[in-house]
Design a protein around this ligand. Structure first.
Ligand SMILES: Nc1nc2c(c(=O)[nH]1)N[C@H]1C(S)=C(S)[C@@H](COP(=O)(O)OP(=O)(O)OC[C@H]3O[C@@H](n4cnc5c(=O)[nH]c(N)nc54)[C@H](O)[C@@H]3O)O[C@H]1N2
Ligand SMILES: Nc1nc2c(c(=O)[nH]1)N[C@H]1C(S)=C(S)[C@@H](COP(=O)(O)OP(=O)(O)OC[C@H]3O[C@@H](n4cnc5c(=O)[nH]c(N)nc54)[C@H](O)[C@@H]3O)O[C@H]1N2
Ligand code: SF4
Ligand SMILES: [Mo]
Length: 659
């Protein structure tokens, strides 16, 4: 009989849930991955993606040994040893640094795994002299920067604090797919007679938990928040003591509201008056209410208007600084570590390239040009906007190193493939952007094939440079030092290997009514330019929302898992207007490019939108970022993926030609 072993670990995938997991191992093989009941938030629940992760670990498509090739176009991948790939990378780095300096190298660190040891990746490049890195965000930067303007420093409510809420507004967020541990909390609020509202142009899976679904025009939530705020004032229900004592700019915000009627605001938001009224009434009657901002709300050029207006609405209702209230979005996943281990102090500030426009940024970089790109835990050719430009930039780069699990669109652009372990094969520590617990990543199985952790990769590379001794220390020694702030909070490293630890953080922030802004008060948005929200591309009447897939995490999939074409959802009226039929083929065009897709008629989509699940690979016929613009959000250097304007036309089944 096989003996079975259970190992406690933490999921490190790019997901705000960051579950405590039990890995069940039999005869050295991972056989089950289930939620660990001892985690105070995740409590034994996991998502559909967890069980399937075992297939990913052992997938026949997974790259299990290092590979390299001399040219990308014609060169087939050749199996190599770790020494061979390290030598080749180290030689190329030395040649490039000697000729053009370290800034000719771009280090592209992705979102695939954000653990404690990942600080050392950048530390390596800083020991090298400081290379070009990234700035801005493909993910949540806009929300954080916008909330910092209002609150001084964005601090979210602990998810467990939402148990104190009598209402929850899911504002552009889909926890049923993306943050499963919020579901029992939502159910508890409902059970107590509380109200749940989903605000989303698409009736996503979380609508099933909501008492009401409000579907604004994408990017126009600012008008809905303003309409609700106006009604709160109209009913004399504003939180006067809070506004008078703890806020700056409330009168000027009110003056912005006075420029519009409620009817006008609702029309601009694309919602009914009853919707705005319902939202206002819930916020007045069901106190405290917690508003959860989703990432969907962020992916617009002027997202800060909506986010700041939502903050303002919460402040007017007296929902800031109260248990069960607040406007929450995320946490600092690298927050609990000692930041000196990034190594940024070792050099003067080095060049950074803007993530939302990374294709142009790479191609336009001069003095020095980008000659080498080193990618870890990312798939920018597929996931960054304007895939055409990103692919071109990578193709023109002399030397590309890719560290990851599968031969995805970005790996196809590489000269060297470094096969990485998954979190089940590693020792590390994981904090999260979704709650206040940090947890251990414990090795459950031996590395598959010859895979190595990124830490081991950078150790192997560092060995080939003069700073080798500064880098080569054991995992335990590094974690001990990187986790100094956690140890100072009273958690020993031994304790951190056993289970989750709650970091010092308020359950509910700002309860003293003091905000870390310049004024010490909550600062209202006082400028708003409605012209900015007018659509500017008349030939492209629809907005394409490329949302989180339910069954996959971003582009984490294999070739075999792809459907032949991406599925794009369209409202029946819109489909009828363009003579498109259910399950028919269509060409979707934006100013950036074109894509063939299979249509699904779906009344849950707004008539002025199309909805598709993001993350499919270009080489599998998907690649939605062939259509997205590479603009930059006005606040926070975020990526306005959801400002993608498109048109859709039927095409012939046999030839794919337009009808
Ligand atoms: N299953 C699964 N889970 C994931 C991920 C995944 O790919 N799959 N990705 C992970 C990552 S990287 C992230 S960042 C999070 C994202 O987590 P979420 O924010 O919950 O998910 P999204 O699907 O990105 O966006 C949520 C919703 O925003 C809506 N939306 C779009 N534009 C607007 C708008 O202008 N206003 C409003 N009100 N709503 C809008 C979309 O229709 C969508 O339903 O999830 C993480 N978890
Ligand atoms: N159209 C559109 N595009 C989007 C979005 C959208 O809403 N619409 N959302 C954006 C968002 S929110 C995000 S966060 C980004 C994500 O963009 P990226 O971070 O570029 O891409 P991911 O698809 O998350 O790919 C992460 C990869 O890392 C690998 N990986 C996991 N762990 C490790 C590890 O330890 N080491 C190494 N080397 N590899 C590892 C995974 O297998 C996976 O292949 O995409 C963005 N792109
Ligand atoms: S992907 Fe998210 S919900 Fe699923 S197991 Fe990992 S952390 Fe939990
Ligand atoms: Mo993200």
């Amino acid at each position: 009989m096989k003996t079975s072993e259970c190992i406690y670990t933490t999921c490190t995938r790019d997901c705000p849930n960051t579950c405590g997991l039990t890995a069940v191992v039999e005869g050295g093989r991972l056989v089950k991955l289930r939620g660990a009941t001892k985690h105070p938030l995740t409590r034994g629940h996991t998502c559909v993606k967890a069980a399937r992760y075992i297939d990913r670990v052992y997938s026949p498509e997974r790259v299990r040994h290092p590979m390299m090739r001399t040219t990308r176009k014609s060169g087939a991948w050749q199996r190599a040893t770790w020494d061979q790939v390290f030598d080749r990378i180290a030689e190329t780095i030395t040649t490039i640094v000697d000729a053009d300096g370290p800034e000719a190298i771009l280090y592209y660190q992705g979102y695939g795994e954000r653990t404690a040891l990942k600080l050392l990746n950048r530390y390596f490049f800083n020991l090298l002299g400081g290379v070009t890195t990234l700035r801005g965000s493909l993910c949540g930067g806009t929300g954080q920067a916008s909330q910092n303007l209002d609150l001084g420093d964005r601090i979210s409510h602990d998810p467990l604090d939402h148990y104190n809420s009598n209402a929850m507004i899911l504002w552009g967020r889909n926890p049923v797919s993306t943050n499963i541990s919020l579901v029992p909390i939502i159910r508890a609020i409902k059970k107590r007679g509380g109200t749940i509202i989903l605000v989303d142009p698409y009736k996503n899976r979380s609508a099933a938990l909501a008492d009401r679904h409000i579907a604004p025009v994408p990017g126009r939530d600012v008008y809905l928040a303003m309409a609700a705020a106006k009604q709160v004032y109209a009913q004399g229900a504003e939180a006067r003591p809070f506004l008078e004592n703890h806020c700056l700019g409330a009168e000027r915000f009110k003056a912005l509201l006075d420029r519009f009627s409620v009817e006008e605001l609702c029309r601009l938001a694309g919602v009914s008056r009853a919707d705005a009224r319902f939202l206002a009434d819930v916020l007045i009657v069901r106190k405290p209410a917690s508003i959860l901002l989703g990432w969907g709300l962020h992916r617009h050029e002027y997202a800060h208007y909506s986010i700041r207006a939502i903050d303002a609405l919460a402040a007017i209702c007296g929902n800031i600084g109260v248990p069960g209230g607040g406007v929450s979005q995320g946490f600092e996943e690298y927050g609990p570590y000692d930041p000196q281990y990034w190594g940024d102090h070792l050099n003067p500030p080095r060049r950074t390239l803007l993530m939302p426009a990374i294709g142009d940024e790479i191609q336009n970089a001069v003095n020095p040009e980008i000659r080498m790109i080193f990618v870890t835990a990312a798939n920018p050719v597929c996931m960054a906007p304007r895939s055409d430009k990103v692919a071109r930039a990578f193709a023109h780069t002399e030397f590309v190193v890719y560290s990851g699990h599968f031969l995805d669109d970005t790996a196809d652009q590489a000269h060297v493939f470094l096969p990485a372990t998954t979190f089940l094969e590693e020792q590390d520590v994981m904090a999260t952007y979704g709650h206040n617990y940090v947890g251990p990543v414990n090795r459950a199985i031996a590395p598959v094939g010859e895979c190595r952790s990124e830490f081991e990769m950078f150790c192997g590379l560092a060995d080939r440079f003069a700073f080798a001794r500064q880098f080569r220390r054991s995992v335990d020694d590094w974690l001990h030092d990187i986790c100094t702030p956690i140890r100072r909070q009273g958690c020993s490293m031994a304790q951190l290997k056993i289970g989750p630890f709650r970091l010092e953080a308020p359950m509910a922030p700002y309860m003293d009514g003091i905000f870390p802004t310049a004024s010490g008060k909550f600062e209202f948005m006082t400028e708003f330019d409605p012209e900015a929200l007018k659509p500017s591309v008349p030939d492209y009447p629809l907005t394409l929302l490329t949302v989180a897939p339910h069954h996959f995490l971003c582009s984490e999939r294999t070739l075999a898992e792809h459907s032949p074409l991406p599925v794009i959802r369209i409202h029946p009226q819109t489909a009828a207007g363009c003579r498109l039929r259910d399950n028919g083929l269509a060409i979707v065009s934006s100013p950036a490019g074109q894509l063939k897709a299979r249509l699904k008629i779906d009344p849950d989509v707004r008539p002025d939108c199309l909805v598709a699940e993001r993350g499919g690979w270009i080489k599998a016929g998907h690649g939605l970022n062939r259509l997205t613009p590479d603009r930059v959000s006005r606040v926070g250097d975020g990526t306005p993926y959801y400002d993608t304007r498109v048109s859709v036309h039927a095409c012939m089944e046999e030839t794919g030609e337009p009808v």
